[in-house]
Design a protein around this ligand. Structure first.
Ligand code: S3P
Length: 175
């Protein structure tokens, strides 16, 4: 399999722009775009926060694991993953088999600003009374996990600029 057929997998904390960047990147590369949260929602017929509430987080994580196994076999897709999916070693192994993984980074302050402004995605992990406190704690807990992947900073960049950084990385690795 040629490197140019490889999937591009985006990971990173909630609110780092995985879905927006992934959609545009897929257009630029002529790849299909997959968003793991959206695919799980479509298959279950309910939103992620409803799955958490009705079936529990563990059930959602099992769905993510099954999907990571399934998507390990596809080609030429840009895959935006839910914030924790790639922090699971088995999921990361499955998706890395045919894909390059990039972690999008933003500061906790930017993440707080973005997710509290986001009225479309309801994030069950931040549903409590003090989302900023929760974001900072989760960020500390997870940063070492995201740091295993090629980092891409999003601070101060537009979505198109982040996409360009990714396109350059991908082109450089194919030379
Ligand atoms: C989660 C992130 C969410 C979604 C779920 C859990 C997490 O995806 O998968 O709410 O544990 O970080 P986004 O990163 O797209 O918000």
């Amino acid at each position: 399999m040629m490197m140019s057929d490889w999937n591009i997998i985006l990971t990173g904390f909630m609110g780092t722009g995985k879905s927006s960047v992934g959609k545009l990147l897929a257009q630029r590369l002529g790849y299909q775009f997959v968003d793991t949260d959206k695919l799980i929602e479509a298959r279950c017929g309910r939103a992620v926060h409803e799955i958490f509430r009705e079936q529990g987080e563990a059930a959602f994580r099992e769905m993510e694991a099954a999907l990571a196994g399934e998507l390990g076999a596809v080609e030429k897709q840009v895959i935006a993953t839910g914030g924790r999916l790639m922090l699971d070693a088995a999921n990361a192994d499955n998706l890395s088999r045919k894909g390059r993984v990039f972690a999008l980074w933003a500061t906790p302050e930017e993440i707080i600003a973005r997710v509290t402004k986001d009225t479309i995605a309801v994030r069950p992990l931040l549903a409590g009374p003090a989302p900023e406190v929760r974001i900072r704690a989760l960020y500390e807990e997870r940063r070492a996990g995201y740091a295993r992947f090629t980092p891409v900073r999003t601070s101060g960049k537009t979505i198109a600029e982040v996409v360009q950084v990714l396109v350059d990385h991908i082109a450089a690795s194919e030379e």
